[in-house]
Design a protein around this ligand. Structure first.
Ligand code: ATP
Length: 446
């Protein structure tokens, strides 16, 4: 296998092997890009996760290219010739080429799976001025570019060339052998200090592939845990969001929690002992969830807070720079979990419960349902609220109040609320009964 930056000369990386992994359309897309690079006289490599996943025989259409040349100009030229749009990040020397139907037709890619966008980067190295700070980047060789990466398994590059010759694997960290040995290993000892987001990434990849973190890597990872405190909320949020989109987030969460990593994010961030069970239940409900992984991740965000008080939850949300809307929803979720005894108490009327739950988002409610599934009385009331009570409306409205000669003011809301409560509590069941009750209320006011 390739090592010390040498090319792997095994004939394994043939078009057929790539075809098996990526499918005909994606291979045609790669061929178009390669021919373009050839014509421009630019060396181009397929790198990172897609190469790792080819070794693992896992489907991955996230095409990341690194080139020894100006990636932005290269992507712009592709868009000029074939169509689509580019999104440039000049500071990093990277560009995304976003394909549209016209570009797909022009390249005759067929109807197979292709990515919606393709990433191009100029080969670069990174210099970290301070632990956990964003690095300064400089152009480099492909070998230099691979050495800046997080783990050996992600530091693989395929040099792709036009024509049918076998592609060459560049593997400076022996990533291929770590994939076969199921190991997560960093490329240098300062890796986690430079960028502690790699701590989250290490556990995410370990869980996804059922790999183990190699012992030397595990030791330097543990030493770098306090540096997590220096990471911006946005960067931690991004990592947690990726974890919540994994197939088994609870395993990663348990690993991170065992190392007290949540407490590094905020001292009151603690994970519930039952959280694994809650994530399992979330998975059972997944087929019914709308919105795919966004919806699952949103629910997951709530479950992370299932043993946290509302006041602490708001501080943690601020630390993670969560949107105001998500923070409010999570705060409502913690409020709801703190009120389950009250919700289940038979003396509390449906209308009182409705008033309380009206202030809580539907995602928070669904997450709370996952947590309270074993509490029959509470679950029943939350389900009744979602399916029935919250939809109840009065037939009488403001116009009826004006017609009845009442002076506009807080009394309007009071009367309408009382009428809605009467519907919800089953005290009235017909429009005639509603009108009768309404007239009684009007007479009382007068
Ligand atoms: P996934 O399958 O989860 O998308 P990926 O390996 O494709 O995983 P990305 O986050 O898309 O991961 O990053 C692409 C590549 O960039 C990685 O394979 C890795 O080589 C490199 N990389 C990403 N994040 C870091 C980091 N924090 N430090 C160093 N290298 C990184």
């Amino acid at each position: 296998m390739g090592s010390s930056g040498k090319f792997d000369q095994r004939p394994a990386w043939t078009r057929d092997r790539i075809l098996e992994s990526l499918g005909e359309s994606a291979v045609r897309l790669i061929a178009t890009i390669v021919e373009h690079a050839h014509a421009e006289n630019v060396e181009i490599y397929l790198v990172g996760g897609v190469v790792r996943d080819m070794v693992l025989e896992r489907q991955n259409l996230d095409l990341d290219f690194v080139l020894a040349g100006d990636a932005i100009a290269f992507a712009d030229k592709l868009a000029q010739v074939y169509g689509g749009k580019t999104e440039r990040h000049i500071a990093f020397g990277t560009a995304k080429w976003k394909l549209d139907c016209a570009a797909i037709n022009k390249m005759s890619l067929g109807s197979g799976a292709i990515p919606a966008q393709i990433d191009f980067a100029t080969a670069r190295t990174e210099a970290y001025r301070a632990p956990a700070a964003l690095p300064a980047v400089e152009p480099a060789s492909i070998a230099g570019d691979l050495r800046r990466r997080d783990f050996t398994i992600n530091a693989l590059a395929l040099r792709i060339e036009a024509g049918s010759c076998a592609w060459k694997l560049l593997d400076p960290g022996n990533g291929n052998s770590d994939i076969l040995g199921k190991k997560i290993r960093v490329l240098h000892d300062r890796s986690f200090i430079d960028d502690p987001t790699r701590i989250f990434r290490a556990y995410r990849f370990a869980s996804r592939f059922t790999f183990t973190i190699e012992s030397g890597t595990a030791a330097i990872l543990r030493e770098a845990i306090p540096v997590i405190q220096r990471l911006s909320g946005e960067r931690i949020r991004h990592e947690l969001d990726l974890i919540l989109r994994e197939a088994y987030p609870e395993r990663i969460i348990a690993d991170l929690s065992a190392l007290d990593i949540f407490a590094q994010i905020h001292h009151s961030f603690r994970i519930n002992r039952r959280s694994a069970e809650q994530f399992r239940r979330l998975r059972e409900h997944m087929p019914k969830l709308r919105g795919g992984s966004d919806d699952v991740a949103r629910l997951g965000w709530h479950l992370l807070f299932s043993s946290i008080a509302e006041s602490d939850a708001l501080l943690i949300c601020a630390r993670l720079d969560l949107t105001r809307e998500l923070s409010r929803s999570i705060a409502g979720f913690t409020r709801l979990l703190a009120s389950v005894d009250w919700l289940g108490a038979p003396a509390n009327k449906a209308s009182a419960i409705t008033r309380f739950l009206d202030g809580i988002s539907d995602t928070a409610l669904r997450a709370a349902l996952i947590c309270c599934i074993d509490d029959g009385a509470v679950k029943k009331r939350m389900v009744l609220y979602r399916e029935d009570w919250r939809h109840r409306r009065t037939t009488i409205d403001g116009k009826d109040l004006i017609r009845a000669g009442l002076t506009p003011g807080p009394i309007y809301r009071e009367i309408l609320d009382k009428l809605r409560s009467a519907w919800i509590d089953g005290e009235i069941e017909t429009e005639d009964q509603e009108r009768e009750l309404f007239l009684k209320m009007v007479n009382k006011v007068e």
